[in-house]
Design a protein around this ligand. Sequence first.
Ligand code: APR
Length: 255
Amino acid sequence: MDLNDAAKLLERSRHVVVFTGAGISAESGVPTFRDALTGLWSRFDAQSLATAQAFREDPDLVWGWYEWRRRIVQRVHPNQGHLAVARLATLVPQLTVITQNVDDLHERAGSASPVHLHGSLFAPRCATCARPAPLPSTPDQSGEGRRVPPPRCAHCDGLIRPGVVWFGEQLPEPALETAARAASACDVLLTVGTSGLVYPAAEIPRLAARSGAAVLQVNPRPTPLDPIATVNLPGPAAEVLPALLTAAWGGFPLA
Ligand code: APR
């Protein structure tokens, strides 16, 4: 089965889930999680920066890394893949966007309230009282390998932490429930730019397949999701997603 078969399934769908990973933001210039450790950060292992213990032991290092990543996101733009996902909401009866990404590119492309399974770089909170905290308005002090002291909570003076899910932490229950409900109810799940390796998020496409949905995968490389994909669409999201929408609904500019 090929892109035209995928387009027919999409065009006839009632409820589509789009499930995205770091690969959809790659063409915007946002490094995927594992290749984010370039340059001065390369001496760190991702998992050693993305844990509550790492934050307790060296809050300035961990906060500096996430500030560096957030500032990168603020300098880039959504790509044609994000725009196609946003456009899809106007073309199918029901669309649920579920992302593992902590960037805000889906929102900036026009997707209303994507479900963030792993939190967001744009939702810092107090590590002590959990109150949401404002994004730092200070000039950018981040840089490759640079420690930045986290702000303090206006309410309890606790340290402010990134609003992302760290390894070993629970995913936000409401987000996971919404995602599981949508995956069980949809008739098409479009998985884009994820290696399908990190659970429980990686359970979402598998749940959709078990519930009888057609799974369409967009990824330039093979993944463990290949066997459950009804159609595998090899290629970059910024190319394949616009082509998919054009094949389903006729050519239109995605601008
Ligand atoms: N278009 C589509 N897919 C792409 C592109 C692209 N242009 N470029 C790369 N990819 C694919 C890669 O082939 C890979 O399968 O994107 C995937 C990125 O995989 P990961 O870096 O493992 O990202 P992700 O699957 O989102 O990781 C899930 O694990 O790293 C933790 O919490 C982090 O949310 C992340 C989670």
